[in-house]
Design a protein around this ligand. Structure first.
Ligand code: WTA
Length: 635
C-alpha cells in the first residue's frame, strides 16, 4: 500500500529522505501500484525546455489501479455515493464492482463510436455519476478527456473543443442548479456549429427537457449502452502517455490546455490523497468541487478511487433548498472527511448559524479547503461551527498545473496555522525568489513561489503549444517552475499564499484570466477598450471590476452595463460577469502601451489617494488617473 505517514517525526524523516533521494522515494511509492511493465528509469528532467518524464518506460492503465485491483478485496464496498440536486430524490451508490462494470460498458460505447487511444473527448456534463464513469472509460481505452465546466458559454466551449480537436462531446440534455434547469445540449449545439472535428455527440437524458436532435451526429447515451457488454480489457499505456487535458485561464485570452500524463499523476494523486486527508478504510469522503475543475479530477475521481475510498459526488449547490444542504448531506451520508472552497464557507457563514445548528455533524473528522487563500474569519467559523474544534482543517495549496496538493497540513500529523497552507508534502521543494530570480533563504520572508525540483503529477506541456508552457512556467525564473503566486514563509517556516502576481483573478475559487474577460467585454459593439482587475469581495474572495471605454455618449448607463454583462455571460460564461463596471474616458498606460493594472487595482479596492499609486508621472497619460478616481466614486 501507498505510504501513509502517521506522526510528525515520520513526516520530518520522510520529507528529508524524499528531498535527498527523490527518485528512490517516488520509486518506492510507485511500487505499490499495478504495472504491466516496470519503469526503466524513475526520472528524466530538465526545466529549460522543459522536458520531464516520470517512470520512464513503465506500462500501466490507471483504471486498473482505480478499479480492477480493488475487486478482490473491496468489490462490494461503495466506491461512489451520488447525491442529487433534489433533496427528495434518492441518492445512488456504486460499489467498486458496479463501477468497474459501468466503466467497461461505457468504454465499449466510446469504442463503438470510433474513439481510439489518443483521441480527445470533450465533456460538458453536470455532476452526475455518468461523468465519473465516462472519465474513467476514456482512461480505460487511452482516450484523452478534456472536461469543460458546464457553466462555460458556447463560445468558450467551442474554443476548447477546437484547440484540442476533440472528436466527440459527451453532454446531457440539461442541468439542475437549485431550482433552475439549465440547458446543456443547446449550448453544445451552438458550440459545435463551429467545431469541424466533432463527429459524435452522446447525450445523457437527465432533466428530460426538450432538445434539438441532429440525426447525423447525436446519439442517446442509454441507447448506446444497450449495444455493448461490460467486458473491456484496459489499454496498456505508457507512463508518459497523456491521461487528460484540462483548460485553465492564463494571462493571454486563450486558455491553456494543461496536459497530465498517466503514471506520475496516478502515483501523486493517490499519495497526496491518503496523506493530506489521512483517509482510513471505511471513511466516507466528500469533495464538493465540480469534476470540471482539477480538484474534481484529482480528489473526487482518481486519487480517492486509486486509494480504494468511498467518494461522494454532489450534483447540487450549497444553498438549495437552503443554506443547510452541505450539513444535511454530511449527516445523511455520515461523511468523515469534507473538502470545500473558502467561497462556499463564506457564503454559508453569511446565512447564519440557524442553518448549521439543526445538524449533528458528529461523523466529521477532517475538514479541508482549496482554491484560494482562506481568510481568518472563515477559518475560525469552519473550525468552530462545522468541525466543533475537533477536526483539523487542511488548507491545501495547489494548481491545475501541479496536478495534486503541494503545500498543506497532513491532518492530525503536522501543525495547523489559520490561513497558512503550512508545509510542503514529501517530495515537494518550494522556494521563494525575488524579482531577479535569486532564492530567498531563511524565514520571515516573502517572494515569488517557485518549485525547484520535479514532482510526479506536474504539468508536462500545454496542448499543442510547448513554447507557451515554457514561457508561462519555466522562463521567468531559470531552472524553476514558477507558480504565479506570491507567498510568505513565516518565522516558523510555514508557507502562506498571498495571491496571484500575474493577470489571473480568482473569483469564488475559479481562475479567470483578465484577457479572457476583456476579450468577452470587447465583443460588445460599443466597447472600444477595457481593462479588468479583481477587487476584494466578502463572499467571492475577489470579484471582477471592469473599466470600459465606450464610443460616443452613453444615454442609459445601467442599460448598457446590463448589455455588457450579458455579452460577457454569453462569450465567456456567467462566472466571469463583472460585479462592477466603470465607464472611463481612458486607461492609465505606460509609454509602451501596457495598461497599469496596479493603479486600477488600487482604485477598484477603494483607494482614492494618488500618492499611493506610485510614480504616475512616467505614464503616457498621467491626467487620466484623477479622472478614473473621480468616476470610481459613483460606481
Ligand atoms: C490559488 C485549484 C491560497 C492559487 C486547485 C493557485 C490557493 C490557484 C489555494 C490555482 C490555497 C489554490 N490557498 N491560494 N489553499 N489553493 N489557490 O488551477 O493562486 O484552479 O495558483 O487549482 O488558486 O487554481 P486552480
Amino acid at each position: 500500500m501507498t505510504l501513509q505517514i502517521r506522526s510528525l517525526e515520520e513526516y520530518n524523516e520522510v520529507y528529508k529522505q524524499s528531498v535527498a533521494q527523490p527518485e528512490q522515494f517516488w520509486a518506492e511509492q510507485a511500487e505499490t501500484f499495478q504495472w504491466h511493465q516496470k519503469w526503466d528509469k524513475v526520472l528524466e528532467w530538465e526545466f529549460d525546455t522543459p522536458d520531464v518524464k516520470w517512470f520512464v518506460g513503465g506500462k500501466l492503465n490507471i483504471t486498473e489501479n482505480c478499479l480492477d485491483r480493488h475487486l478482490a478485496e473491496r468489490g462490494d464496498q461503495t466506491a461512489i455515493i451520488w447525491e442529487p440536486n433534489d433533496p427528495n430524490a434518492p441518492a445512488k451508490t456504486y460499489t467498486y464492482k458496479e463501477l468497474h462494470s459501468e466503466v467497461c460498458r461505457f468504454a465499449n460505447v466510446l469504442k463503438n463510436n470510433g474513439i481510439k487511444k489518443g483521441d480527445r473527448v470533450c465533456f460538458y456534463l453536470p455532476m452526475v455519476p455518468e461523468m465519473a464513469i465516462a472519465v474513467l472509460a476514456c482512461a480505460r481505452i487511452g482516450a484523452i478527456h478534456s472536461v469543460v465546466f458546464a457553466g462555460f458559454s458556447a463560445s468558450s466551449l467551442a474554443d476548447r473543443i477546437n484547440d484540442a480537436a476533440c472528436k466527440m462531446v459527451l453532454c446531457s440534455d440539461g442541468n439542475f442548479r437549485g431550482k433552475k434547469q439549465i440547458p446543456v445540449k443547446a449550448v453544445v449545439d451552438e458550440a459545435i456549429a463551429t467545431c469541424p472535428s466533432i463527429e459524435t455527440v452522446i447525450m445523457l437524458k437527465h432533466t428530460g427537457q426538450e432538445v434539438a436532435w441532429n440525426e447525423k451526429t447525436d446519439k442517446n447515451w442509454a441507447e448506446e449502452l444497450t449495444k455493448v457488454d461490460n467486458v473491456c480489457p484496459a489499454e496498456i499505456m505508457d507512463s508518459e502517455d497523456t491521461l487528460f487535458i484540462l483548460y485553465t485561464s492564463g494571462s493571454t485570452g486563450k486558455p491553456k490546455g494543461v496536459q497530465h500524463s498517466c503514471g506520475g499523476y496516478m502515483v501523486y494523486t493517490t499519495f497526496s490523497f491518503k496523506n493530506v486527508f489521512q483517509y482510513q478504510d471505511g471513511d466516507v469522503y466528500w469533495c464538493t468541487a465540480d469534476v470540471g475543475w482539477i480538484t474534481g479530477h484529482s480528489y473526487i475521481v482518481y486519487g480517492p478511487l486509486a486509494a480504494g475510498a468511498t467518494t461522494v459526488m454532489f450534483e447540487g449547490v450549497p444553498t438549495f433548498p437552503d443554506a443547510g444542504r452541505f450539513w444535511e448531506v454530511c449527516d445523511k451520508h455520515k461523511v468523515n472527511i469534507f473538502y470545500t472552497a473558502p467561497t462556499a464557507i463564506r457564503a454559508l457563514m453569511a446565512k447564519g448559524l440557524e442553518y448549521v445548528t439543526p445538524y449533528k455533524l458528529d461523523t466529521l473528522k477532517v475538514l479541508g479547503t482549496v482554491g484560494e487563500p482562506i481568510n481568518e474569519e472563515a477559518w475560525h467559523w469552519y473550525d468552530e461551527h462545522i468541525g466543533k474544534k475537533n477536526c483539523p482543517i487542511v488548507d491545501t495549496w495547489w494548481q491545475t498545473e501541479t496536478g495534486g496538493i503541494m503545500i498543506s497540513p497532513l491532518a492530525n500529523i503536522t501543525p495547523l496555522k489559520p490561513t497558512f497552507a503550512t508545509l510542503p508534502l514529501p517530495g515537494i521543494q518550494p522556494v521563494l525568489v525575488n524579482a531577479e530570480g535569486e532564492e530567498i533563504e531563511g524565514n520571515d520572508v516573502e517572494g515569488y513561489l517557485c518549485i525547484k525540483f520535479p514532482w510526479p503529477s506536474m504539468i508536462r506541456t500545454t496542448w499543442g503549444d510547448h513554447e507557451r508552457c515554457r514561457n508561462v512556467y519555466f522562463n521567468r525564473f531559470k531552472g524553476k517552475y514558477f507558480t504565479g503566486d506570491g507567498c510568505r514563509r513565516d518565522e516558523d517556516g510555514m508557507y502562506r499564499i498571498i495571491g496571484r502576481v500575474d493577470d489571473v483573478i480568482i473569483v469564488s475559487g475559479h481562475n479567470l484570466g483578465t484577457a479572457e474577460i476583456e476579450n468577452g467585454i470587447n465583443q460588445h459593439a460599443r466597447v472600444v477598450e477595457s481593462a479588468v482587475v479583481g477587487f476584494p469581495h466578502k463572499i467571492k474572495g475577489n470579484a471582477v471590476y471592469a473599466y470600459i471605454i465606450c464610443d460616443g455618449d452613453i444615454d442609459d448607463v445601467d442599460a448598457l452595463k446590463k448589455e455588457i454583462i450579458g455579452t460577457v455571460s454569453k462569450e465567456v460564461g456567467p462566472i466571469a460577469k463583472p460585479d462592477k463596471i466603470q465607464f472611463v474616458p481612458g486607461l492609465p498606460k505606460t509609454r509602451s502601451g501596457k495598461i497599469m493594472r496596479r493603479i486600477l487595482r488600487k482604485i477598484a479596492g477603494g483607494d482614492r489617494d494618488t500618492s499611493n499609486m506610485g510614480d504616475i508621472s512616467t505614464l503616457l497619460n498621467p491626467e487620466i488617473v484623477a479622472s478614473v478616481i473621480e468616476g470610481a466614486e459613483a460606481v
